[in-house]
Design a protein around this ligand. Structure first.
Ligand code: ZN
Length: 133
């Protein structure tokens, strides 16, 4: 017996999507709400050409990296600018357009560099114990 899936599934439409790198067309089933950009994105995600796979991989790593930055700065105060700059830079790092970034603010040092699945990020707080007599 075949169950009607349309009840609990989003409405799908059959489209032809084109990989934005190699131009290959493929048949796709996408949600009704997808526009041309979404369809091209989906086709690129499914394409096996090197550029498309690199692109998809870089996008996943960027998403992982952004999540890491948000987690690291979840409980910090007064570091909003630092957090924003780091988020802005994740993309460049994941595309290897930059090797690393270091930001400093009031005793805090944040370092970030690309890693296999996203970025490696650390936030250090410098505490200085000093005496002068
Ligand atoms: Zn392709």
């Amino acid at each position: 017996m075949k169950k009607d899936k349309t009840e609990d599934m989003p409405q799908l439409k059959s489209v032809q999507g084109m990989c934005r790198f190699c131009g290959q067309y493929m048949a796709l089933e996408v949600p009704e709400s997808f526009n041309d950009v979404d369809i091209a994105e989906e086709a690129t995600k499914k394409c096996k050409c090197t550029e498309a796979q690199e692109y998809t991989r870089s996008k996943e790593r960027t998403a992982n990296g952004e999540a890491a930055v948000k987690t690291l700065f979840a409980n910090t105060e007064g570091l909003d600018v630092m957090k924003k700059k780091m988020l802005d830079t994740v993309k460049e790092l994941c595309k290897y357009e930059l090797d690393s970034i270091t930001l400093k603010k009031g005793g805090y040092t944040c370092k970030m560099k690309p890693s296999k699945d996203g970025v490696k990020i650390s936030l250090e707080q410098k505490t200085v114990n000093a005496l002068e007599s």
